[in-house]
Design a protein around this ligand. Structure first.
Ligand code: 13P
Ligand code: SF4
Length: 382
């Protein structure tokens, strides 16, 4: 079932919406109220030992992070999966595109498991492979495709990574988008950046010095991307019209309000936030670099953080001598990251103990081969 769903996802049809990824629990999910849940998790993990590697993205709930062998941002976790050839199973506590990347980077003998198949990413769902290929055909017609290098953010389907690999491009994450874009501009004249317009714009303008007018936004729901032929021809950076529904909520008003309320506060945000927010921030970085910034911050310093709430709460708990607040007043969990809870993790691990692999993420080899090229280009970036 997981294989079929994964293939549907890769076809880039309507079915790649997270909500349509199907029923992932077959009724044997532990009761969330089971008072022995933690004991069960400890026992299952001990029985699996080195056979299973549990990876946890920084946005995961505390109850799940507690059982992760390695925690990290998407780049660190992709590397961890690629480096751990000895683990039979990779239990990926994160979202679908991360598990797909892990499957692509691991050996055929290893099996990657996503404890809840509904853990997708709304941003990744904003770009379907057929839409991306249609846009590319227009670039070919306009004679710019051979001078354009696609860069796709890790938060995209394997099919889009495959398109990127086939067309001379690379994957990037929030921790290496600048390097990937510089690399692309050494190879070509334009960058086609998918699917996060904010990360693309923030990188091009705030890190590489392009102007806002060098960037255009390709709207996949409009003819010709909603652009004139001349706009497409003269753009340096063509940004896909996608965004993160969590980070897109932070506003410049949040930043201004925080600065007036907390004197000396430093604003620390993820680069998926809007351009105005990132421009006004003091520090910008991936989830891993947000953690390092806070760990290295002086005692007594004040920080307002614009990223997912599970991570911000954990940072506040782990750093009581620093004043840490959430940049927005309203709650902002990533609902799909939150799908992975302890009952799902226990279900995945206990099933493995019984010799049953549930929710395996398997990218068909034809797509995996081309996507691997784009992922390996990223891993080889200087
Ligand atoms: P990181 O690569 O910074 O962990 O970000 C992944 C992500 O999905 C942020 O929304
Ligand atoms: Fe996707 Fe945004 Fe959630 Fe990250 S925080 S997984 S980009 S929806």
């Amino acid at each position: 079932m997981a294989k079929i769903l994964s293939e549907l996802h890769l076809l880039g049809t309507e079915s790649d919406l997270s909500s349509e990824r199907g029923v992932s629990c077959t009724g044997d999910l532990p009761e969330p109220s089971d008072p022995k849940m933690v004991e069960r998790a400890i026992a299952a993990k001990a029985k699996l030992g080195d056979r299973a590697l549990i990876l946890g993205h920084h946005y995961q709930r505390d109850e799940v992070i507690e059982f992760a062998d390695i925690t990290g941002d998407s780049f660190k976790l992709a590397r961890a999966a690629a480096d751990r050839g000895d683990s039979e199973y990779i239990v990926f506590c994160g979202v679908h595109f991360m598990a797909e990347s892990a499957d692509i980077l691991t050996s055929p003998k290893q099996q990657v498991i996503l404890p809840d198949l509904a853990a997708g990413c709304s941003m990744a769902d904003m770009a379907a492979a057929n839409q991306v290929k249609d846009a590319w055909k227009i670039f070919e017609k306009l004679g710019i495709a051979q001078r354009t290098i696609p860069i796709t953010y890790m938060n995209s389907s394997a099919a889009i990574k495959a398109f990127t690999g086939e067309n001379g491009g690379s994957v990037c994450t929030s921790s290496n988008a600048e390097r990937a874009m510089r690399w692309a501009l050494e190879k070509g004249e334009k960058v086609f950046f998918l699917p996060d317009q904010h990360l693309g714009r923030n990188t091009a303008v705030l890190r590489l010095g392009f102007s806002l007018t060098d960037c255009v936004v390709w709207n996949p729901w409009k003819a010709n991307g909603g652009l004139t032929d001349d706009e497409i021809r003269s753009a340096k950076i063509i940004l896909w019209r996608g965004h993160c529904s969590v980070h897109g909520r932070f506003t410049i008003e949040n930043v201004n309000e925080m600065r007036s309320r907390v004197p000396g506060v430093q604003i620390l945000v993820h680069p998926e936030c809007q351009y105005e927010v990132v421009s006004a921030a003091d520090v910008v970085g991936s989830t891993e670099s947000i953690i390092k910034t806070i760990e290295n911050a002086p005692q007594g310093s004040s920080w307002a953080i614009g990223t997912e709430l599970n991570l911000v709460k954990r940072l506040a708990q782990d750093n009581p001598e620093k004043q840490i607040t959430f940049l927005d007043k309203t709650v902002c969990y990533c609902s799909t990251m939150n799908r992975i809870d302890l009952p799902h993790l226990v279900w995945a691990m206990e099933s493995l103990v019984r010799g049953k692999v549930i929710n395996q993420i398997q990218v068909p080899e034809k797509i995996a081969k081309a996507a691997r090229v784009a992922l390996e280009r990223m891993l080889a970036l200087p």
